[in-house]
Design a protein. Structure first.
Length: 232
């Protein structure tokens, strides 16, 4: 590829909400990917998923999680709610390896992973009106103004998200970055097809365990905002 083509290719690329760094991956995480990926992951394809084809339990609630990080709270939620199905999306291999390990060790059968950009997963793999809930816990805040365009929560994405959630399904976003919380609330309040689930929407509901990222913030004295909206 010539330098000019590389530059054109770079310009065409959409703005991503993450940067793929090599990162450290442990031997246990690598082993889990080698041994369990086929069993517990779904490969990204530009094709709609039929949830009944990938989950053992048919005809039940399906919750999508975007950006599960190391997946500890994801595994906990799936374990606590064995009658619901969970589809968890993350781009980073150490997190994918870690969650595969947790699924295997805890014998979790209602949780599948997709390692890919969640924006594309939503656009290409998820049917409209098919999700009972979407969890987005501590999306990267991208605090610098010049990086705000990288924030995952944008009006375009919210328009897609609201199409994918069934009527009366929910969207739950949590953040510990005040400026991002205000940004998210502003966008959510403008969305026509979702409404605040209740007046006390800043309180953490019991079903959400503390996440790894959140714990780090709490130690630094950060406050947490949980925003829960319902599809109308
Ligand atoms: C700040 S971390 C929070 C992780 C986890 N939810 C927690 O609370 O511990 C945000 C995560 O979102 C992931 N992420 C960001 N944009 C994403 C995207 N478009 N698709 C999938 N994952 C994404 C990042 O790789 C990162 O692991």
């Amino acid at each position: 590829m010539t330098e000019q083509n590389k530059l054109n290719d770079f310009k065409r690329r959409p703005i991503r909400s993450y940067i793929l760094r090599q990162g450290r991956i442990t031997s246990g995480q690598t082993k889990a990917i080698q041994e369990c990926f086929v069993k517990h992951a779904v490969v990204f394809e530009k094709k709609l998923i039929n949830f009944d084809d990938i989950f053992k339990i048919k005809d039940t609630h399906t919750i999508l999680e975007i950006g599960f990080g190391m997946g500890t709270s994801t595994a906990e939620i799936a374990k606590l709610n064995p009658r619901y199905n969970y589809l968890a999306v993350e781009v980073h291999s150490p997190g994918v390896g870690n969650l595969l390990k947790l699924i295997q060790e805890n014998n979790i059968s209602n949780l599948k992973i997709i390692q890919h950009d969640a924006v594309e997963v939503l656009n290409f793999m998820i049917k409209d009106d098919s999700l009972d809930g979407i969890h987005i816990f501590f999306p990267d805040p991208w605090p610098k103004k010049r990086h705000h365009k990288r924030r995952l929560i944008q009006s375009d994405l919210l328009a897609v998200i609201t199409k994918k959630i069934k009527k009366s399904g929910y969207l739950h976003i949590a953040t510990d970055w005040e400026d991002y919380a205000l940004w998210i609330i502003d966008l959510l309040d403008k969305e026509k097809f979702i409404q605040r689930a209740s007046d006390n929407f800043f309180e953490k509901p019991d079903y959400r365990p503390l996440t790894k990222y959140e714990n780090r913030g709490i130690k630094l004295g950060y406050k947490v905002w949980d925003m829960i909206y319902r599809r109308v």
